[in-house]
Ligand binder design. Sequence first.
Ligand SMILES: [Zn+2]
Ligand SMILES: [Zn+2]
Length: 142
Amino acid sequence: MESQDLKKAGLKVTLPRMKILELLENSDDRHLSAETIYRQLLEGGEEIGLATVYRVLTQFEQAGLVNRHHFEGNQAVFELERGRHHDHIICVNCGRVDEFMDSVIEERQKAIAEKFGYTIKDHALTLYGECNKPDCPNREKA
Ligand SMILES: [Zn+2]
Ligand SMILES: [Zn+2]
C-alpha cells in the first residue's frame, strides 16, 4: 500500500522512503519533527541517518505527500497530506498539536476574502494557547 503511494507521487521505492512513509501513516501523532521520526526509526532498529530523514521529507513535501508546518516556537513538523483541510491549535508550553475544522470559521474567511476582492487559494490558521492537559510540563503542579 505504501509503495503504491510512493509510485503515485512519482517517487522511486527505496527503503528509507518506505520506512518514513510507513511511520507517518501509522503514527498516532500526526505532526512529527524530523528528529522525532529519526529517533523512532532508530528505536525500531532501522539504520538511517538524520540527513537522509531530512532529504526524504523534503522530497515528500515536493511531491505533495506531506505538508511542512513551521509553528512558532517549535521545530518544523511534517504531516501526511490526507486531502482533508484542517487548522491547528498548539500548546506553547508542551508543543502539543490538535486539529480542528470549523465550518463557521471557513465561511467567514471566504466572506472576508470576498469583501476585499479575493478568491482564497489557500489558508493556514494556527491558534496558540496553553493546554490544560495534566501532563503538560509547564502546568502548575497542585
Ligand atoms: Zn494537521
Ligand atoms: Zn501543554
